[in-house]
Design a protein around this ligand. Structure first.
Ligand SMILES: Cc1cn([C@H]2C[C@H](O)[C@@H](COP(=O)(O)OP(=O)(O)O[C@H]3O[C@@H](C)C(=O)[C@@H](O)[C@H]3O)O2)c(=O)[nH]c1=O
Length: 181
């Protein structure tokens, strides 16, 4: 398991070792000792799985009082995954990183607490899995508009009219409205 820095150094790109053979492949997706070796001492309490069709966009989501760290990967299909630093006093507040995660490239992201997260599905369908360091607290959940003009996230080549977005996400406030910045 290789753990690399991204443009936002607290967000890590994880490259599992993939053992392929005539049956298929094997990989470890989470190894506490490997994470700890890189200074990541995390305690996961919830595992999530979502299935989405092409051009579904989920996000951007975070929890305010009980921020969740997330280890995310794709077990079928391909997504453009985005993490946004929303830690108020961070020098990189409002900066984001995007990474293409797929069942082919085996890439995973570690998104620490204090980041908003979202993804767009690039394949016909995508199975998205993630481990969380805090339980889901619906009242604590916050959403930021996916096409916020301050963030200006590059979601790739897509007609916004073709995106499939929940009502909650479509009505999410801007970064400015959320943080009064
Ligand atoms: C996230 C979540 C949702 N739910 C329920 C609430 C709701 O009825 C239904 C669908 O919820 P949502 O529409 O919020 O699902 P979704 O838009 O997939 O939410 C997820 O988006 C990605 C981008 C994240 O980063 C996640 O942390 C999570 O916020 O599932 C749970 O029971 N537990 C959970 O942990």
């Amino acid at each position: 398991m290789e753990i690399r820095d991204t443009a936002l150094s607290d967000v890590k790109l994880i490259l599992p070792r993939v053992f392929g053979d005539s049956r298929g492949f094997f990989k470890e997706v989470w190894n506490q000792r490997e994470f700890a070796r890189h200074g990541l001492n995390v305690n996961f309490v919830q595992d999530n799985f979502s299935r989405s069709c092409r051009n579904t966009l989920r996000g951007l989501h975070f929890q305010e009082a009980k921020p969740q760290g997330k280890l995310v990967w794709v077990s079928r299909g391909e997504v453009c995954d985005v993490a946004v630093d929303v830690r108020r006093n961070s020098p990189t507040f409002g900066k984001w990183v995007a990474e293409c995660l797929s069942c082919e490239n085996h890439r995973m992201l570690w998104i620490p607490p204090g980041f908003a997260h979202g993804f767009r599905v690039l394949s016909d369908e995508a199975d998205f899995q993630y481990k969380c360091t805090e339980f889901y607290v619906p009242d604590d959940e916050r959403c930021i508009r996916w096409n916020d003009e301050t963030l200006a996230i590059d979601w790739g080549d897509v007609d916004p009219a073709e995106l499939i977005i929940s009502e909650k996400d479509a009505n999410a406030p801007s970064l400015k409205a959320m943080f009064e910045v």
